[in-house]
Design a protein around this ligand. Structure first.
Ligand SMILES: *Cc1c(COP(=O)(O)O)cnc(C)c1O
Length: 463
């Protein structure tokens, strides 16, 4: 029995199973168990329909920077809805929140980025990128420069362009993707693919794959390289320290655009405003979403560098692209208040100076657990590689993903949301997480590892 009545959870599960198709979900297995029903949240904590309080170690879906229950965001949205709930930004019109948000984004993003194109999600941001880079090269009089180079196991969203730019083989299989004109190179995933090389050597090798692809396909046919600073959905792949410096060397020699997908790393996740600040990158285009509004309302954007804006605005005519809800007033109001909170409360600096060092020390300490092959973390985003035999990176569990899923479900039961990618656990908590919540988080993570270890040894899956 809870505040919602005896059969509340079962009722919601039943109608959900009957009518709701979920994203990225195997419905047979979901409906066998029943959906978990989340009813409310506050700070870093979720409450489900049975009254359980769960620590949200994934910040929703990598987006809840400022924590749940921010009254000032609710108020800003309510005020905007009352004043002007909707108007478009086509046909030579604008409105106050869109104009002010574009100005604010020009302030917080790298200095050479001064224009924002608004969309409603990270996927739409990457669709916009796809079209804008090609349009740019057409305007530059180089219409043969059309190929975009991405990376295997990258994630750039789930629309046709997002899926194509991303490097998820299972997604490509559904829908016969990628579309033509996208080429994928290796990812800088040392733990999984580094072989006998040191991380530093492997980072150079993975970066040189970009140069090799450009050489092989022809620089005069390449439009852009797209990458996440740290791959998120691919399993929090933190590149070796040599990777980005080497990529920068390659790009300095080649006339192609750099697209840095900041949908996860943006807005403080790495203890800097953007991943581009952390790795000292100079993107030509920068897709943003998620932490832009802390998920309070859907909004995304593409930050456009002066180099690209000068051509697209200066040389181009009409760019036939945009969405009914581009720069939606209420979503812009939510984003503006979210950024005000990040700035006024010094949240990004607090991540850098306090929360990230504190969590990192404890998280990396989990590497002593017999089930953990590697613990890694930058800022407040990290992963634990679960392995059957510690010290042997090449040995994997027999059916990839099974142990990850089992352990993730145990974590939920222990009151902590972590996500599983293959057989790793990943973590990306709200940026406002406190030290005592970090202690709680790490204790629950360790208990989960112990539980999983006991279960796996019972099943005979450990070396
Ligand atoms: C989540 C994500 C996207 C897609 O964003 P949606 O809002 O889900 O469409 C794109 N790129 C990266 C790096 C992401 O993590």
């Amino acid at each position: 029995m809870n505040q919602y009545g005896h059969n509340f959870t079962k009722t919601i599960q039943r109608i959900d199973a009957a009518h709701h198709m979920h994203p990225f979900t195997d419905h047979k297995s979901l409906n066998a168990e029943g959906s978990r029903v989340i009813v409310s949240a506050d700070g870093c904590w979720l409450t489900d329909s049975d009254g359980n309080r769960i620590l949200d170690g994934m910040a929703g879906l990598w987006c809840m920077q400022v924590g749940y229950g921010r009254q000032s965001i609710t108020d800003a949205v309510a005020k905007q809805l009352a004043e002007l709930p909707y108007y478009n930004t086509f046909f030579k019109t604008t409105h106050v929140p869109a104009a002010r948000l574009a100005e604010k984004l020009a302030e917080v993003t790298p200095a050479h980025m001064n224009h924002a194109f608004f969309v409603n999600s990270g996927s739409e941001a990457n669709d916009t990128v796809f079209r804008m880079v090609r349009y740019y090269w057409d305007l530059m009089g180089k219409p043969d420069k059309k190929i975009i180079i991405g990376r295997h196991n990258a994630y750039h969203g789930s629309t046709v362009a997002g899926t194509s730019l991303g490097g998820m083989g299972a997604m490509h299989k559904q829908g016969d993707l990628p579309v033509p004109g996208v080429h994928h190179i290796m990812q800088p995933y040392w733990f999984g693919e580094g072989g006998d090389l040191s991380p530093a050597e492997f980072g150079i090798k993975a970066a040189q794959a970009l140069d090799e692809a450009i050489e092989q396909l022809g620089e005069d046919r390449i439009a852009a390289f797209i990458a996440e600073p740290i791959q998120g959905a691919g399993g929090v792949i933190i590149p070796p320290e040599t990777y980005w410096p080497e990529i920068k060397k390659v790009l300095a020699r080649r006339d192609i655009l750099l697209v840095v997908d900041e949908v996860i790393c943006g807005f403080g996740r790495l203890g800097t405003w953007f991943g581009s600040d952390y790795y000292d990158l100079k993107p030509d285009l920068m897709p943003i979403a998620k932490g832009l509004s802390s998920g309070y309302l859907p909004i995304g954007g593409v930050m456009v560098s002066d180099r690209v804006a000068d051509v697209v605005i200066g040389k181009g005519g009409e760019f036939y692209h945009g969405f009914t809800y581009s720069g939606h007033p209420a979503a812009c109001a939510a984003a503006l208040e979210n950024i005000r909170i990040l700035q006024d409360e010094g949240i990004v600096e607090r991540v850098r100076d306090e929360a990230a060092p504190y969590l990192q020390e404890r998280w990396l300490g989990l590497a002593d657990h017999p089930l953990v092959g590697e613990a890694r973390m930058v800022g407040l985003v990290g992963a634990l590689e679960l392995v059957p035999e510690k010290g042997n990176r090449s040995r994997k569990f027999p059916s990839v993903g099974e142990v990850g899923t089992l352990t993730r479900d145990m974590s939920f039961r222990n009151g902590l949301v972590m996500r599983a990618v293959r057989d790793s656990l990943i973590l990306s908590p709200p940026l406002v997480i406190s030290k005592s919540e970090i202690d709680e988080l790490v204790a629950r993570a360790r208990k989960t590892l112990d539980d999983a270890h006991a279960e796996l040894s019972k099943r005979g899956l450990l070396a």
